[in-house]
Design a protein around this ligand. Sequence first.
Ligand SMILES: [Zn+2]
Length: 569
Amino acid sequence: MARHLITSAIPYINGIKHLGNLVGSQLPADLFARYQRARGHEVMFICATDEHGTPAELAAAKAGKPVAEYCTEMHEVQAEIARGFKLSFDHFGRSSSVQNRKLTQHFAVQLAKAGLLREVTEKQMYSKTDGRFLPDRYIEGTCPNCGYESARGDQCDNCTKQLDPVDLINPHSVISGSTDLELRETKHLFLRQSALKDQLDAWIDSKTDWPLLTTSIAKKWLHDGDGLQDRGITRDLSWGVPAQFEGAPWSGMEGKVFYVWFDAPIEYLAATQEWADKTGGDWERWWRTDKGADDVTYTEFMGKDNVPFHTLSFPATILGSNEPWKLVDYIKSFNYLNYDGGQFSTSRGRGVFMDQALEILPADYWRWWLLSHAPESADSEFTWENFQASVNKDLADVLGNFVSRITKFTRSKFGEALPEGGEWGDQEAALIDELTTRSRAYETYMEAMEIRKSAAELRAIWVAGNEYLQASAPWSVFKTDPDRAAAIARLALNLIPLYAVLSTPFIPDAADSMLGAMQTEDRSWPLDVKAALTALPAGHAFTTPEVLFRKIADEEREEWQNRFAGMRD
Ligand SMILES: [Zn+2]
């Protein structure tokens, strides 16, 4: 039995994520976690909400709530949606946890001891009226480039020019509207990533099996321009992990917190500790190579925008600590999913958001489409036509139809139990050969996290069953040779639990329904296809399931197309 530590990039707390976010990390991570569990391996699957930083503060202010209360509520909203999509986290943590605060401070101390932190004095906008430093997003003014009056301190939303707050004309505080701003000196801690550059470079070079998407992004950051830069890991904010604390080897950091990108990946460890504190489990055997994590395979899932932090900044934290923490073994990264001729847009409400998706169709429909169209080698696009076609063909016509046809046929001719009699012949031998070959291919793709190829192979496995039924035609054979028809039905009914087990990582709810209909709880992986096809004996009772997957009608598709074209309520 192998041990798999699996983490999904942690979604930011300020709002509900769209389907592009889902397929970029949480969903493929869930697929892999479910697959490894199904193969009998020990899995620790971790995700969390990323709760610190300026956007959370701003969103809470907009909602008129204290930021801690806002985060607690939004965490529960995201957790509920994750349950709806059947994301099988062992723990869904919170980066604002006590565990993360302590670990983040611990790592900072270790980095300081290793000489990898330096203090930098910078100038930043300070609001006398608000009594605080203002992060760039807390300052608005007129864009010097295009004259737009609500340009933010970091960027103009109108002309997209990157800005510095001092560039703005008539800058004012977003909090109070005050124009009483001045540049003041402020001290920050910088992580000396440049000192770790060669070590990180050699580490990335050793990852010859990583996707090119992952390594090319890391290499770009390591070598472009002046190479990997030191990075400020503190901010003048109150919402976050305090940067001044008992035992800190520095002073003068009162009123500052660690930068959200410093503490967020540490939450992978902290969330595992949260899990341990809740369950009595041992989190260090997943994370400390001196405490059992040496035999752990650690895989991270994320969108391409998160790759620099996971290939460089977070490993710099781990390596720089000089402690035996587990480093990632494999990073599976994704391109973007676009929406119907454009991009998903959270700010403009364009596209389908996770809560809306579940309101219109069950999770499996979305899981199947998203995973079978995962943006692996390039960006991919969600269109309603493609979604409708994929659901209607793959799920309803192929898998659903197979289950429906054979259960209804058997019920009408033999009753609701596997019929007795008859022999297998060449058709069955050929089917077993094909299913064996395809199952091994499916396993290879799943092991390699080749998600689209896995989906295509699974679909081919479903198709093989339909073709077998079509060719063996038990409904015709029954008239002349009922025993032979019984043998065909017995095999085909045994295919249902086999399909359920193989399909569980993609469509867990449908798999449960299929196993339920066949009245079996045997989820063992079909290593021997022939044996699996005789697992349920003659006389074993079954029930004829309700429609497994319904088709999407053209009118529905059009209605949804219009409804999600823009501006979410
Ligand atoms: Zn502008």
